[in-house]
Ligand binder design. Sequence first.
Ligand SMILES: [Zn+2]
Length: 204
Amino acid sequence: MDEYHFNEPEPLINLIKALKRLPGIGIRSARRIAYHLMQYDLDGAGFLSKSLSDAVASLRHCVSCNGFSETELCFTCASDFRDKRLLCIVENPSDQNSVESSHGYKGLYYVLMGRVSPLDGVGPKELNFQKIFDRVHAGNVEEVIIATGFTAEGETTAQFLIDMFSSANIKTSRLARGVPAGSELEYIDAGTIAWALIDRKIIN
Ligand SMILES: [Zn+2]
């Protein structure tokens, strides 16, 4: 409890604790944000609080792509303008946004919402690979494009997916190596992703 001051009321400590859960936010930043909101920006604090509770209450996973959606089928999956023969598998919604920003892809997506990480106990079962497999079989998917990151865990995830699809004779490709090794997709510029899509390597 040393990181909290004796003169900090409990609601303030709880707010700091909540903010500290955010990625990249340590105790000092969490305290600075909490004090800032309470001292200078109560409107902003109210907006943050409402947006957060609304998001928690209304966001769900699209039944088709597993991405975030307000409705059963997300905007992308429901669109008539997407090429339903292509399915791009990404780790996170932010990676999907990166691929979209490249303007080089008009197919559909599947969002894993994570990646295979044996040390954290996350394997194909936890990521529900069976659902992806069923999704590919149910639709008229002609090619699966694996766009997991080029980190060690992203590569492991890709390999599991490649093995799964190649044993079922499904055409599978992987983003080209224009993307630097060790990279998370969300930090790569749109141009590089566009080229990596065009140069994608057919594996199976
Ligand atoms: Zn969807």
